[in-house]
Design a protein around this ligand. Structure first.
Ligand code: FNR
Length: 187
């Protein structure tokens, strides 16, 4: 069975290490699975005032999440939590009330930082948010990536030391997504 994974990169940086990680992960994804980035940079700040009539950017986000059968978050840690831009995107997709786009979506979380904690604290914060959004979170394996200059080469491939670990993460995500979809078929 083929399906689509929408991935969020939680960084707006033009040189984002998390986008590099996301691109390396896509190359290690299961065969037949299509990956696409769900952009967040043009979203205005969410307000319930928009609920009655979402702007084009908000509608596009909800459409993108709806068109994905599974969701992957690749996020940096900002001040021991997730970046505001990512939280804003999640808030948009979770609303209007009763139209939460993440409901029952198979979801996995990974992230890279330049520090050795490797986004562990941000990921715990994101798990709490996505649990409330009723996403079907992959709980294991966890993946806290300490980004170093040699982690990903110029062609976007993970180095020899990390490739097997990242490939195993993606294989487990594929398994998780398929299991969730078997029990909770996408609407
Ligand atoms: C950071 N960084 C950071 N790193 C970390 O491990 N824990 C943290 O809490 C923070 N906090 C933080 C806040 C802000 C505002 C910035 C800009 C940065 C450093 C961070 O890991 C580094 O900038 C990464 O390069 C961010 O990922 P992207 O944006 O390159 O994908």
């Amino acid at each position: 069975m083929s399906y689509r994974v929408g991935y969020f990169v939680g960084s707006l940086s033009s040189t984002s290490i998390n986008r590099k990680l996301a691109e390396a992960l896509v190359k290690l994804g299961a065969e037949g699975v299509e990956f696409f980035e769900i952009p967040i940079k043009d979203l205005p700040l969410y307000s319930p005032d928009h609920d009655a009539d979402y702007p084009a950017e908000g509608r596009a986000l909800k459409d993108a999440v709806a068109s994905a059968q599974a969701i992957l978050f690749v996020t940096p840690e900002y001040n021991r939590s997730i970046p505001g831009a990512l939280k804003n995107a999640i808030d948009w997709a979770s609303r209007p009330w009763g139209q939460n786009s993440f409901d029952h979506k198979p979801t996995a979380i990974i992230g890279a930082s330049i520090g050795v904690i490797g986004t562990a604290v941000a990921q715990q914060s994101l798990r709490a948010v996505m649990a409330f959004c009723n996403a079907r979170l992959m709980t294991a394996p966890e993946a806290y990536i300490h980004f170093t200059d040699d982690l990903i080469d110029a062609d976007g491939n993970a180095n020899d030391a990390s490739r097997d670990f990242l490939a195993a993460f993606m294989a487990e995500f594929d398994e998780h997504a398929r299991r969730v979809m078997q029990v909770l078929p996408p609407k």
